[in-house]
Design a protein around this ligand. Structure first.
Ligand code: NIG
Ligand code: FE
Length: 403
């Protein structure tokens, strides 16, 4: 059993990120969907008479992945752009031509809420089977009031119909819609005056996000949107420094963002901005891998005493995968994280970046029993090492097996 304890800590920083408690030959008691107790098998207080017993069969038990950044509610797919990228076009060039996010918005507009839900549920099923137990899902392919609400209602339905823990983020400021082409100011007004109140009135989102980057939204626009979101109790999470070092980290820290995410182009000076803040730097190495971008400075972030989060960014354009085990491998291979650091970044720290670490992210007495059991593995380090081996064999959400 691994990823145990952390009673005191809601997030791990710097050297603490290597703290990873394991217990071999262990028992784990679950009551009412929560971790009640654990210890060495020799001390196990229970007899199997009136309990349901699950034998891990020599496998390891880990807390579920907490994926704090995804866009898994979307319509169709964008493999044609994948081919364009192989031919040499960049993500930014595709977006400039009207592809990218706008392409997904056109497709989403055509779909009914029911169809969108069905498509998203396939991805939900996929990530649960790959070990994710908590997930953040963003809107941002609607780009008008109706379609943004459609996305957020789908997210609400996923919350209600699965045992996966889900939090919702409003991302109306993902791109300027086709209708508002050349009128970015007017689109920002639409977000502030119509979208945010509509989302806020229905209480559809806990968080608010802005794609604050070159060619998308400026730090000034981001600040205005975050202020408007705050009046409806939506906490900021920012897309920052994906395409260029463009001010997103600074504005995120100023507005007390829960996290600033992407950071592929973040400079060393910006690491200093994050010091003395509560904002969690979140790296999305799947995006770096898929778009051939630089990897965020994860090693440096930890070495300077900061926390680090790893998340998938699962979306149709920049990384169509929600495989958190692979994300953990990329963290190790491409960012030189130690396996324990990477696993903590994808569990407890991921939960923290969703405001959920009191309840999720580690095997801790009282927390919700979301966990998975692996095949027999020689060590915890084997998890990121065997980077395509499907070692996750059984998954449990709220203490119940997902089959
Ligand atoms: O996080 N960077 C902005 N948004 C997404 C990509 C969205 C898309 O291409 O559909 C991201 O990478
Ligand atoms: Fe994203």
């Amino acid at each position: 059993m691994a990823g145990i304890g952390h009673e005191e800590k809601l997030c791990l920083k710097g050297k603490e990120m290597a703290e990873f408690n394991t217990l071999s030959d262990a028992y784990l008691v679950i009551e009412n969907g929560r971790f009640a107790d654990y210890g060495k098998m020799n001390d196990c207080p229970l007899t199997s008479d009136n309990e349901e017993v699950v034998d891990a069969n020599g496998g390891s038990v880990l807390p579920s992945w907490c994926d704090s950044h995804t866009h898994i509610v979307y319509a169709g797919s964008r493999e044609q752009e994948f081919v364009d990228k192989i031919r040499g076009l960049s993500y930014a060039e595709i977006a400039k031509r009207g592809g990218g996010i706008l392409n997904s918005a056109d497709r989403l507009h055509e779909l009914s809420e029911e169809e969108l839900y069905q498509q998203a549920m396939k991805r939900v099923d996929e990530i649960i089977r790959k070990g994710t137990g908590c997930v953040e899902i963003k809107s941002g392919y609607g780009l008008n009031v109706e379609d943004e609400l459609k996305m957020l209602r789908v997210i609400r339905r996923i919350k209600k119909t699965t045992r996966l823990k889900v939090v919702a983020t409003f991302l109306g400021a993902h791109a300027v819609s086709r209708k508002y082409k050349g009128r970015q100011d007017a689109y920002v007004e639409l977000i502030i005056n119509e979208m945010i109140p509509a989302v806020g009135d229905e209480k559809l989102a806990e968080f608010i996000d802005v794609f604050c980057d070159t060619g998308f939204f400026t730090p000034e626009e981001t600040a205005r949107i975050l202020k408007a979101g705050a009046t409806y109790d939506m906490h900021p999470k920012i897309h920052a420094d994906e395409l260029a070092s463009s001010g997103g980290v600074k504005v995120g820290v100023e507005y007390k963002a829960v996290s600033v995410d992407h950071l592929e182009s973040m400079t060393e000076e910006e690491i200093d901005i994050l010091k003395n803040s509560e904002t969690m730097p979140t790296a999305l190495p799947g995006t770096s891998f898929f778009l051939n971008l630089p990897f965020a400075l994860g090693r440096k972030i930890i070495d300077r005493g900061l926390p680090l989060v790893l998340a998938s960014d699962y979306n149709p354009g920049s990384t169509p995968s929600g495989d958190m085990k692979f994300i953990v491998s990329l963290g190790c291979i491409k960012m030189r994280l130690m396996p324990a650091e990477a696993i903590n970044a994808a569990t407890l720290n991921g939960a923290c970046a969703m405001g959920l670490s009191k309840e999720y992210g580690s095997i801790t007495r009282g927390k919700v029993a979301n966990f998975f059991i692996t095949d027999t593995i020689p060590s915890i380090e084997f998890i990121p090492y065997a980077y395509t081996t499907p070692i996750i064999k059984r998954v449990f959400l709220q203490g119940e097996e997902y089959v």
